[in-house]
Ligand binder design. Structure first.
Ligand SMILES: Nc1ncnc2c1ncn2[C@@H]1O[C@H](COP(=O)(O)OP(=O)(O)OP(=O)(O)O)[C@@H](O)[C@H]1O
Ligand SMILES: Cc1ncsc1CCO
Ligand SMILES: [Mg+2]
Length: 268
Protein backbone atom coordinates (compact mmCIF):
# COMPACT_ATOMS: atom_id res chain seq x y z
CA UNK A 1 0.00 0.00 0.00
CA UNK A 2 1.38 3.42 -0.87
CA UNK A 3 1.70 5.95 1.93
CA UNK A 4 0.33 9.37 0.96
CA UNK A 5 2.25 12.43 2.15
CA UNK A 6 0.43 14.46 4.84
CA UNK A 7 -1.34 17.56 3.51
CA UNK A 8 0.53 20.68 4.69
CA UNK A 9 -1.22 23.39 6.74
CA UNK A 10 -0.49 25.82 3.90
CA UNK A 11 -2.20 23.55 1.37
CA UNK A 12 -5.22 23.37 3.67
CA UNK A 13 -5.31 27.18 3.91
CA UNK A 14 -5.13 27.44 0.11
CA UNK A 15 -7.95 24.90 -0.26
CA UNK A 16 -10.10 26.74 2.26
CA UNK A 17 -9.60 30.07 0.49
CA UNK A 18 -10.28 28.51 -2.93
CA UNK A 19 -13.56 27.12 -1.64
CA UNK A 20 -14.50 30.24 0.39
CA UNK A 21 -16.90 28.02 2.38
CA UNK A 22 -20.19 29.43 3.64
CA UNK A 23 -20.02 29.12 7.45
CA UNK A 24 -23.32 29.23 9.33
CA UNK A 25 -22.78 30.60 12.84
CA UNK A 26 -25.14 30.60 15.78
CA UNK A 27 -22.91 32.61 18.06
CA UNK A 28 -23.15 35.11 20.89
CA UNK A 29 -23.95 38.83 20.74
CA UNK A 30 -20.37 39.73 21.70
CA UNK A 31 -18.76 37.64 18.96
CA UNK A 32 -21.11 38.20 16.05
CA UNK A 33 -19.35 41.12 14.38
CA UNK A 34 -15.81 40.11 15.37
CA UNK A 35 -16.33 36.58 14.10
CA UNK A 36 -17.84 37.65 10.78
CA UNK A 37 -14.87 39.93 10.13
CA UNK A 38 -12.37 37.22 11.14
CA UNK A 39 -13.99 34.71 8.77
CA UNK A 40 -13.99 37.21 5.90
CA UNK A 41 -10.33 38.12 6.52
CA UNK A 42 -9.37 34.43 6.64
CA UNK A 43 -11.08 33.79 3.30
CA UNK A 44 -14.40 32.19 4.26
CA UNK A 45 -17.95 33.50 3.91
CA UNK A 46 -19.81 34.00 7.22
CA UNK A 47 -23.55 34.11 7.90
CA UNK A 48 -25.01 34.71 11.35
CA UNK A 49 -28.42 33.01 11.32
CA UNK A 50 -30.12 32.11 14.58
CA UNK A 51 -33.92 32.19 14.21
CA UNK A 52 -35.36 28.79 15.12
CA UNK A 53 -37.71 29.13 12.14
CA UNK A 54 -34.83 28.99 9.63
CA UNK A 55 -31.72 27.60 11.36
CA UNK A 56 -32.22 24.02 10.11
CA UNK A 57 -32.84 25.13 6.52
CA UNK A 58 -29.73 27.29 6.56
CA UNK A 59 -27.53 24.56 8.06
CA UNK A 60 -28.56 22.30 5.17
CA UNK A 61 -27.09 24.64 2.56
CA UNK A 62 -24.02 25.97 4.41
CA UNK A 63 -20.66 24.20 4.15
CA UNK A 64 -20.26 24.01 7.95
CA UNK A 65 -21.97 25.15 11.15
CA UNK A 66 -20.74 26.58 14.44
CA UNK A 67 -22.78 26.62 17.66
CA UNK A 68 -21.61 28.89 20.50
CA UNK A 69 -23.56 29.07 23.78
CA UNK A 70 -22.02 32.38 24.96
CA UNK A 71 -25.32 34.28 25.24
CA UNK A 72 -27.72 31.34 24.97
CA UNK A 73 -31.44 31.64 25.80
CA UNK A 74 -34.29 29.20 25.15
CA UNK A 75 -35.26 30.21 21.57
CA UNK A 76 -31.59 30.12 20.59
CA UNK A 77 -31.13 26.69 22.19
CA UNK A 78 -33.95 25.36 20.02
CA UNK A 79 -32.33 26.83 16.92
CA UNK A 80 -28.96 25.35 17.90
CA UNK A 81 -30.31 21.84 18.24
CA UNK A 82 -32.32 22.06 15.02
CA UNK A 83 -29.32 23.40 13.09
CA UNK A 84 -26.93 20.78 14.48
CA UNK A 85 -29.33 17.95 13.66
CA UNK A 86 -29.75 19.35 10.14
CA UNK A 87 -25.97 19.67 9.64
CA UNK A 88 -25.51 16.03 10.63
CA UNK A 89 -28.40 14.90 8.41
CA UNK A 90 -26.85 16.71 5.43
CA UNK A 91 -23.29 15.50 6.07
CA UNK A 92 -21.96 18.94 7.04
CA UNK A 93 -19.33 19.33 9.79
CA UNK A 94 -20.32 21.29 12.86
CA UNK A 95 -18.27 22.72 15.74
CA UNK A 96 -19.41 23.32 19.33
CA UNK A 97 -17.99 26.19 21.42
CA UNK A 98 -19.07 25.54 25.04
CA UNK A 99 -18.53 29.07 26.41
CA UNK A 100 -18.54 29.04 30.24
CA UNK A 101 -20.30 25.65 30.25
CA UNK A 102 -19.53 25.35 33.99
CA UNK A 103 -21.42 28.56 34.86
CA UNK A 104 -24.91 27.10 35.28
CA UNK A 105 -26.99 23.96 35.01
CA UNK A 106 -28.79 25.59 32.10
CA UNK A 107 -25.56 25.90 30.13
CA UNK A 108 -24.28 22.43 30.95
CA UNK A 109 -27.69 20.91 30.11
CA UNK A 110 -27.68 22.66 26.74
CA UNK A 111 -24.20 21.34 25.99
CA UNK A 112 -25.16 17.80 26.99
CA UNK A 113 -28.02 17.88 24.48
CA UNK A 114 -25.74 19.37 21.81
CA UNK A 115 -23.09 16.70 22.44
CA UNK A 116 -25.74 14.05 21.78
CA UNK A 117 -26.00 15.56 18.27
CA UNK A 118 -22.37 14.52 17.64
CA UNK A 119 -20.32 17.62 16.81
CA UNK A 120 -17.41 17.08 14.41
CA UNK A 121 -15.22 19.20 16.70
CA UNK A 122 -15.38 20.97 20.06
CA UNK A 123 -13.21 24.09 20.64
CA UNK A 124 -12.88 25.76 23.99
CA UNK A 125 -10.41 27.18 26.46
CA UNK A 126 -8.90 24.94 29.14
CA UNK A 127 -11.59 25.62 31.76
CA UNK A 128 -14.40 24.92 29.29
CA UNK A 129 -12.93 21.62 28.04
CA UNK A 130 -12.08 20.58 31.61
CA UNK A 131 -15.70 21.14 32.66
CA UNK A 132 -17.15 19.57 29.51
CA UNK A 133 -15.10 16.44 30.17
CA UNK A 134 -16.46 16.14 33.72
CA UNK A 135 -13.73 17.94 35.69
CA UNK A 136 -13.89 20.98 37.98
CA UNK A 137 -13.09 24.25 36.20
CA UNK A 138 -11.11 27.00 37.93
CA UNK A 139 -13.02 29.76 36.16
CA UNK A 140 -16.39 31.50 36.54
CA UNK A 141 -16.84 33.36 33.24
CA UNK A 142 -15.70 33.41 29.62
CA UNK A 143 -11.95 33.68 30.38
CA UNK A 144 -9.83 30.60 31.12
CA UNK A 145 -8.73 29.95 34.71
CA UNK A 146 -6.88 26.68 34.07
CA UNK A 147 -3.74 25.55 32.26
CA UNK A 148 -4.11 23.73 28.94
CA UNK A 149 -2.10 20.81 30.41
CA UNK A 150 -4.81 20.32 33.08
CA UNK A 151 -7.42 19.71 30.37
CA UNK A 152 -5.44 17.35 28.12
CA UNK A 153 -6.53 14.03 29.68
CA UNK A 154 -10.12 15.25 29.77
CA UNK A 155 -9.88 16.33 26.13
CA UNK A 156 -8.73 12.84 25.10
CA UNK A 157 -11.57 11.23 27.09
CA UNK A 158 -14.15 13.67 25.70
CA UNK A 159 -12.96 12.98 22.15
CA UNK A 160 -13.27 9.20 22.64
CA UNK A 161 -16.69 9.53 24.28
CA UNK A 162 -18.18 12.03 21.81
CA UNK A 163 -16.46 11.09 18.55
CA UNK A 164 -15.44 14.75 18.12
CA UNK A 165 -12.01 16.26 17.61
CA UNK A 166 -11.42 18.30 20.78
CA UNK A 167 -9.27 21.47 20.71
CA UNK A 168 -8.11 23.14 23.94
CA UNK A 169 -6.73 26.62 23.28
CA UNK A 170 -4.32 28.72 25.32
CA UNK A 171 -0.61 29.61 25.21
CA UNK A 172 0.03 26.24 23.48
CA UNK A 173 -3.05 24.63 21.96
CA UNK A 174 -3.77 20.90 22.33
CA UNK A 175 -5.97 19.03 19.86
CA UNK A 176 -6.93 15.36 19.82
CA UNK A 177 -9.27 12.87 18.17
CA UNK A 178 -8.93 10.55 21.16
CA UNK A 179 -6.23 8.47 19.48
CA UNK A 180 -3.75 10.97 18.03
CA UNK A 181 -2.94 14.31 19.67
CA UNK A 182 -1.05 17.42 18.50
CA UNK A 183 0.27 20.58 20.15
CA UNK A 184 0.22 23.88 18.29
CA UNK A 185 2.65 26.43 19.73
CA UNK A 186 1.66 29.45 17.60
CA UNK A 187 -0.06 32.43 19.22
CA UNK A 188 0.55 35.63 21.21
CA UNK A 189 -0.34 36.85 24.70
CA UNK A 190 -2.43 39.72 23.28
CA UNK A 191 -4.95 37.28 21.77
CA UNK A 192 -6.90 36.62 25.01
CA UNK A 193 -6.98 40.41 25.60
CA UNK A 194 -9.38 40.88 22.67
CA UNK A 195 -12.88 39.52 23.28
CA UNK A 196 -14.31 36.79 21.08
CA UNK A 197 -11.07 35.76 19.40
CA UNK A 198 -11.69 32.23 20.70
CA UNK A 199 -15.29 32.28 19.44
CA UNK A 200 -14.01 33.50 16.08
CA UNK A 201 -11.37 30.76 15.98
CA UNK A 202 -14.19 28.23 16.28
CA UNK A 203 -15.45 29.59 12.95
CA UNK A 204 -12.02 29.28 11.35
CA UNK A 205 -11.81 25.66 12.54
CA UNK A 206 -15.19 25.05 10.88
CA UNK A 207 -13.94 26.65 7.64
CA UNK A 208 -10.92 24.31 7.56
CA UNK A 209 -13.13 21.29 8.40
CA UNK A 210 -15.40 22.20 5.49
CA UNK A 211 -12.62 21.47 3.02
CA UNK A 212 -10.56 18.80 4.82
CA UNK A 213 -10.90 15.03 4.95
CA UNK A 214 -9.29 14.40 8.35
CA UNK A 215 -10.67 16.66 11.08
CA UNK A 216 -7.65 16.42 13.42
CA UNK A 217 -5.11 17.69 10.88
CA UNK A 218 -7.59 20.24 9.52
CA UNK A 219 -8.19 21.61 13.03
CA UNK A 220 -4.45 21.76 13.76
CA UNK A 221 -3.87 23.68 10.52
CA UNK A 222 -6.59 26.16 11.52
CA UNK A 223 -5.04 26.63 14.98
CA UNK A 224 -1.56 27.21 13.50
CA UNK A 225 -2.90 29.67 10.92
CA UNK A 226 -4.72 31.62 13.61
CA UNK A 227 -1.83 31.65 16.06
CA UNK A 228 0.68 32.67 13.40
CA UNK A 229 -1.57 35.55 12.35
CA UNK A 230 -1.59 36.57 16.03
CA UNK A 231 2.21 36.55 16.11
CA UNK A 232 2.37 38.71 12.97
CA UNK A 233 -0.22 41.14 14.28
CA UNK A 234 1.64 41.60 17.55
CA UNK A 235 4.71 42.92 15.74
CA UNK A 236 4.27 46.67 16.10
CA UNK A 237 1.04 46.53 18.14
CA UNK A 238 1.18 48.54 21.37
CA UNK A 239 -1.97 47.05 22.95
CA UNK A 240 -5.22 45.14 22.39
CA UNK A 241 -6.92 47.83 20.28
CA UNK A 242 -4.26 48.14 17.60
CA UNK A 243 -3.66 44.41 17.79
CA UNK A 244 -7.31 43.64 17.00
CA UNK A 245 -7.12 45.67 13.79
CA UNK A 246 -3.71 44.27 12.82
CA UNK A 247 -4.99 40.73 13.47
CA UNK A 248 -7.61 41.02 10.71
CA UNK A 249 -4.94 42.33 8.34
CA UNK A 250 -2.60 39.45 9.27
CA UNK A 251 -5.30 36.80 8.68
CA UNK A 252 -5.89 38.33 5.27
CA UNK A 253 -2.20 38.64 4.35
CA UNK A 254 -0.78 35.32 5.58
CA UNK A 255 0.17 33.12 2.63
CA UNK A 256 0.14 29.31 2.47
CA UNK A 257 3.97 29.31 2.11
CA UNK A 258 4.31 31.51 5.21
CA UNK A 259 2.01 29.16 7.12
CA UNK A 260 4.08 26.12 6.13
CA UNK A 261 7.24 27.95 7.26
CA UNK A 262 5.80 29.28 10.53
CA UNK A 263 3.42 26.55 11.76
CA UNK A 264 4.62 24.94 15.00
CA UNK A 265 2.62 21.69 15.10
CA UNK A 266 4.08 18.72 17.00
CA UNK A 267 2.84 15.30 18.04
CA UNK A 268 1.78 15.25 21.71
N1 LIG B 1 -1.30 33.32 26.50
C1 LIG B 1 -1.44 33.06 25.20
N2 LIG B 1 -0.35 33.07 24.39
C2 LIG B 1 -0.49 32.81 23.08
N3 LIG B 1 -1.66 32.55 22.47
C3 LIG B 1 -2.78 32.52 23.22
C4 LIG B 1 -2.72 32.76 24.62
N4 LIG B 1 -3.98 32.64 25.12
C5 LIG B 1 -4.78 32.35 24.08
N5 LIG B 1 -4.06 32.27 22.93
C6 LIG B 1 -4.59 32.04 21.58
O1 LIG B 1 -5.76 32.83 21.48
C7 LIG B 1 -6.73 32.20 20.65
C8 LIG B 1 -8.07 32.17 21.40
O2 LIG B 1 -7.97 31.22 22.42
P1 LIG B 1 -8.58 31.42 23.89
O3 LIG B 1 -8.19 30.17 24.64
O4 LIG B 1 -8.15 32.73 24.45
O5 LIG B 1 -10.11 31.39 23.57
P2 LIG B 1 -11.38 31.72 24.49
O6 LIG B 1 -10.99 31.76 25.94
O7 LIG B 1 -12.46 30.80 24.10
O8 LIG B 1 -11.72 33.17 23.97
P3 LIG B 1 -13.14 33.98 23.95
O9 LIG B 1 -14.09 33.20 24.79
O10 LIG B 1 -12.82 35.34 24.46
O11 LIG B 1 -13.57 34.03 22.54
C9 LIG B 1 -6.15 30.84 20.28
O12 LIG B 1 -5.57 30.94 19.00
C10 LIG B 1 -5.06 30.62 21.33
O13 LIG B 1 -4.01 29.82 20.83
C1 LIG C 1 -17.55 38.11 27.11
C2 LIG C 1 -18.58 37.14 26.70
N1 LIG C 1 -19.68 36.92 27.47
C3 LIG C 1 -20.49 36.01 26.96
S1 LIG C 1 -19.95 35.37 25.48
C4 LIG C 1 -18.57 36.37 25.53
C5 LIG C 1 -17.56 36.37 24.43
C6 LIG C 1 -16.35 35.60 24.76
O1 LIG C 1 -16.57 34.26 24.96
MG1 LIG D 1 -14.46 31.11 24.42
Amino acid sequence: MTQTAPISPGARLAAMRAAAPLIHNITNYVAMNVMANVLLAAGASPAMVHAREEAADFAAVASALTVNIGTISPPWAEAMEAAAASAVAHGKPWVLDPVAVFASGYRSGACTRLLDLRPTAIRGNASEILAQSGGAAGASGADAGDEVSAAEDGARALARRSGAVVAVTGPVDFVTDGTRALRVANGHGLMPKVTALGCSLTGVVAAFLATGEDPLDAAAAALAFYGLAGERAAQGATGPGGFAVAFLDALHALTPAELDAGARIEAA
